[in-house]
Design a protein around this ligand. Structure first.
Ligand code: IMP
Ligand code: MG
Length: 188
């Protein structure tokens, strides 16, 4: 690990998932998805920016025809709590009608983002099938009943960064996932 990354990692109170653990699980998820979609073309919709690193690693281990689409969504406004509304483009520019769609996101927190996007994709795009893959499932009470077919890890209810997930745009490039040190970030 470079000295620069090691310095940034010291902003973490603790590491929840190291890089090797993440990579092993992502490969296992890719193998499961490849088995489930054998002989099919997969239309991937990746929620940006948080799922960028997870998607990139996952898809490179799936040996199937894939078309990749991205959708920019935000609900956190750079902070550590959902704003309660999901911002996304007014018009979806991809044609998913009659196709097999895999929606990819980084983390399930309140569930608002995924339930909102799943509903829009079903209503506006009419896919043949829609499944969802996430890396992290935060263990917390939630009022939305979101169906997720592929889950990487269940984690405690804490604000995490790394491997795509950010705090005010920082830390996305960390190869591991951890909890920020509250002494550095008293507002968390
Ligand atoms: P939800 O709509 O409350 O489920 O939040 C989901 C979105 O918020 C995810 O797609 C992430 O981008 C972001 N998010 C939720 N929890 C965290 C976290 O602990 N760290 C960084 N981003 C998070
Ligand atoms: Mg996200």
């Amino acid at each position: 690990m470079s000295r620069q990354i090691a310095g940034i990692i010291s902003d973490l109170e603790r590491i929840l998932l190291d890089a090797t653990t993440i990579q092993e699980r992502v490969i296992a998820m890719a193998q499961e998805i490849q088995r489930d979609y054998a002989d099919k073309e997969l239309q991937v919709v990746c929620l940006m920016d948080g799922a960028l690193f997870f998607m990139a690693d996952l898809l490179r281990h799936i040996n199937l025809p894939i078309r990749l689409h991205t959708l920019s969504v935000s609900s956190y406004d750079g902070g550590t709590q959902s704003s309660g509304t999901v911002q996304m483009p007014e018009k979806l520019l991809f044609d998913l009608s009659g196709k097999h769609v895999l929606l990819i996101d980084d983390i399930l927190d309140s569930g608002l983002t995924l339930i909102t996007v799943q509903e829009r994709l079903r209503v506006e795009c009419n896919p043949a099938s829609l499944r969802t893959a996430i890396l992290l499932d935060k263990q917390r009470p939630r009022s939305f009943d979101v169906s997720i077919e592929y889950i990487g890890f269940e984690i405690e209810d804490a604000f995490v960064v790394g491997y795509g997930m950010d705090y005010q745009g920082h830390y996305r490039h960390l190869p591991c996932i951890g909890v920020l040190n509250p002494n550095h970030f008293p507002q968390i």
